[in-house]
Design a protein around this ligand. Structure first.
Ligand code: NAD
Ligand code: UGA
Length: 435
């Protein structure tokens, strides 16, 4: 099949490359010239494990091409995925201006049947709005609108895309459904869930909201454990063994971040408000998660008995989670800012996210960026682990002891065994307890 993907960011690029790997002929479009020229030279503008190798394989087989010329790309294919950003606007709603701009351009530049699919995360009712817009712009165009939300995670994007738990497809006619059957012909049919367009749009937001709620739930249980003396690891393990609950997304941490959960839960609350529906549960998740990031800075401060001014603090991890260079809504960024505001000298390290963080935290002279973990740890008063990179899991503790007199560690990702850390001579603070 010939497929056009508009927007070559995380989702568009991964989808395009994976569609090509499935054997489709793919054209990826982006209006960012430098991104497209990098991609044409085989350079991936984002950090995503395995993507560069996969791009090379599909480029060598001639299955993928890149362009900034949408009109040209539309000539060769009738199956069009929109994968542009839907960032949060100033009111917390999803900003659909990029999606609508692309839909209008498709309408203006097409003269034969098009299936216009939103892969971007869009609020309930967006498909209907696109339909009206396209009809108004090009009244004679034959087209269908569909929703095919994406559930991949950054850092695990290729395996999530190629081995999904389910593929959600919102359609309103048989022609669109038949095209989707071809697109996803290599996936087991039982994995493809068809619905109407509005329900498909809602499934995406409901899924992200549920996962965010699950994380906030376990984070609050960790707080309770910390005060009453319970053990969060045993608690989450035992809860997760109940198949109705499930073991995934029960890891307590510094709060969820990333480009999706924070913006999507704001957007669904916004849609509910517009429709006079109360989503008080999700609203409380937003508050709980925002408060948590500040609470983490307080926890770090408490580990230094509140004497934080002038102290050297090592911050290991800046990305919102491991295996990405993405720092959007990263708890580590908020923590770095809070510590810096309290007068600490913050020495931050991250294997991939330093360049992005330098821009974000440029206002703080007392946040220093270190190229190596050793430099960040040298003579520190306290080590904070904010992101669960493997490099930090594999830390050589004897080396750490040689680099600094301090034995204080605040582990916001619960990477280590508390008893072992204590036996190794560390003053080890973690989420949901202290050894
Ligand atoms: P992104 O910002 O990485 O990429 C969007 C791309 O669209 C950019 O490269 C931008 O230049 C391009 N673009 C914008 N306007 C354009 C236009 N008129 N023509 C051509 N290209 C244009 O965004 P992303 O992270 O890929 O997210 C895209 C959508 O997918 C969002 O709705 C997001 O919520 C959703 N989503 C993201 C993830 C994820 O892990 N990042 C996962 C699932 C769903
Ligand atoms: C998330 C969803 O997992 C994807 O299914 C979805 O497609 C995507 O959002 C999206 O809509 O864009 P992503 O943001 O890449 O993917 O990352 P996750 O792995 O879900 O992690 C999100 C945040 O939750 C991170 O800050 C992570 O550290 C945190 N988290 C996750 C926890 O604190 N505990 C957990 O148990 C799991």
């Amino acid at each position: 099949m010939k497929i056009t993907v508009i927007g070559s960011g995380y989702v568009g690029l991964v989808s395009g490359i994976c569609f090509a790997k499935l054997g489709h002929d793919v054209i990826c479009v982006d209006n960012n010239k430098s991104k497209i020229s990098q991609l044409k030279s085989g350079i991936i503008p984002i950090f995503e494990p395995g993507l560069a190798e996969l791009l090379k394989a599909v480029s060598d087989s001639g299955k993928i091409s890149f362009t900034t010329d949408l009109k040209e790309a539309l000539k060769t294919s009738n199956t069009i995925f929109i994968a542009v950003g839907t960032p949060q606007d100033e009111n917390g709603a999803a900003d659909l201006s990029y999606v609508f701009a692309v839909a209008q351009e498709i309408a203006q530049s097409s003269d034969s049947y098009k299936l216009i699919i939103t892969k971007s995360t869009v609020p309930a009712g967006t498909g209907a709005q696109i339909k009206t817009l396209v009809q108004k712009t090009n009244p004679t165009l034959e087209f269908s609108v569909a929703s095919n939300p994406e559930f991949l995670r950054e850092g695990a994007a290729i395996s999530d895309f190629t081995n999904p738990d389910r593929i959600v497809v919102g359609v309103e006619d048989d022609k669109s459904r038949a095209i989707f059957a071809d697109i996803y012909a290599s996936f087991p049919t039982e994995k493809i869930i068809y619905s109407d367009i509005i329900t498909a749009e809602l499934i995406k937001y409901a899924s992200n909201s549920f996962l965010a709620t699950k994380i906030s739930f376990i984070n609050e249980m960790a707080d309770l454990c910390e005060i009453v003396g319970g053990d969060i690891k045993s608690l989450s393990n035992a809860m997760g063994l109940d198949s109705r609950i499930g073991e995934k997304f029960l890891n307590p941490g510094p709060g969820f971040g990333g480009s999706c959960f924070p913006k999507d839960i704001m957007a669904i609350v916004n849609v509910a408000k517009e429709n006079k529906v109360s989503l008080s549960l999700i609203e409380s998740v937003i508050t709980s998660n925002n408060d948590r990031k500040i609470k983490m800075a307080d926890k770090i401060s408490a580990a230094l008995n509140g004497e934080i001014n002038g102290k050297k603090i090592t911050l290991l991890g800046l990305a919102f989670k491991a295996n990405t260079d993405d720092i959007r809504y990263s708890p580590a960024t908020v923590i770095a800012e809070e510590l810096a505001k309290k007068g600490a000298e913050v020495f931050a390290h991250d294997p991939e996210a330093i360049e992005n963080s330098k821009k974000e935290l440029a206002a703080f002279e007392n946040i220093h960026f270190c190229e190596t973990v050793d430099t960040a740890i040298q003579d520190t008063d306290l080590i904070v682990i904010a992101t669960e990179w493997k490099e930090y899991r594999d830390l050589d503790w004897e080396k750490v002891k040689a680099l600094t007199h301090s034995r204080k560690i605040v582990d916001l990702r619960n990477l280590f065994d508390a008893i072992q850390m204590k036996e190794s001579g560390f003053d080890y603070f973690y989420i949901g307890g202290k050894a």
